[in-house]
Design a protein around this ligand. Structure first.
Ligand code: ADP
Ligand code: ADP
Length: 207
């Protein structure tokens, strides 16, 4: 099964993707995580990607597709994957379709996690993660256990969030029309507890 988790920054894509990994036994492919790892390595590609991320702008399609393709080709993604934060442009959606077609696969479902703009800022500025495990927390909604040292992403500031949300509306939301035509889009309400949202996604996927 190949599933896209779609929605604005802070919708809960990463959080829910990790839960689906456990449930479905297929990996999460997050282009944001892949780009942050590349940036951390200090490579020239990483430095270039970091410039876009810091501004809340999308990385160019060519670089993004390159990073994504390398990950999709790995052994653990042979039986399907959960795509988190990819595709974010129509060109990326077309590239994904071609890459999957080569493998005899296609996007089975696009799950849109609906969260109103008014909720986004608080979710993102309160997001923290454990650098040791990658586990994502929220200072209020999903606090880290005592003793766990958490860090905040550089782009999770109020100014960058506003720009990321504008980028989402201008460049990413229109990608839904591409999938609507294929009849694979399902929408879930992303407001509620983490468990409630997981149950809604499971129901939408029929798993
Ligand atoms: P995305 O990958 O879509 O950007 P995340 O999964 O990283 O979103 O979630 C953004 C922040 O919101 C994190 O701090 C996460 O703990 C928190 N969060 C996720 N789901 C919910 C929810 N249903 N209610 C409240 N906060 C949530
Ligand atoms: P969030 O879900 O909170 O928006 P991500 O971790 O998915 O955050 O993405 C962080 C940043 O990484 C984006 O603002 C963008 O700069 C870059 N990025 C991630 N995925 C893509 C993509 N598919 N295309 C272009 N840029 C991307």
């Amino acid at each position: 099964m190949d599933i896209i988790l779609f929605g604005p920054p802070g919708a809960g894509k990463g959080t829910q993707a990790k839960r689906l990994v456990e449930l479905l036994g297929i990996p999460q492919i997050s282009t944001g995580d892949l780009m942050r790892a590349e940036a951390k390595s200090g490579s020239p590609l990483g430095e270039e990607l970091q410039r876009y991320m810091s501004r809340g702008e999308l990385a160019p399609d060519s670089l993004t597709i390159e990073v994504f393709k390398a990950r999709l080709g790995q052994e653990d993604a042979k039986g399907g994957a959960i795509f988190d934060g990819f595709p974010r442009t129509t060109a990326q959606a077309e590239a994904l379709e071609a890459l999957l077609a080569e493998l005899g696969r296609r996007v089975d479902k696009v799950v849109v996690i609906d969260v109103p703009d008014s909720e986004i800022l608080g979710r993102i500025t309160g997001r923290r993660s454990d650098p040791a495990t990658g586990q994502v927390y929220h200072i209020t909604y999903n606090p880290p256990p005592p003793g766990v040292e958490v860090v905040q992403r550089k782009d999770d500031t109020e100014e960058v969030v506003a720009h990321r949300l504008a980028t989402y509306k201008a460049q990413t939301e229109p990608v839904l029309a591409y999938y609507d035509k294929k009849g694979v889009v399902v929408r879930v309400d992303g407001v509620g507890s983490l468990d409630e949202v997981t149950e809604r996604i499971k129901a939408a996927l029929g798993v």
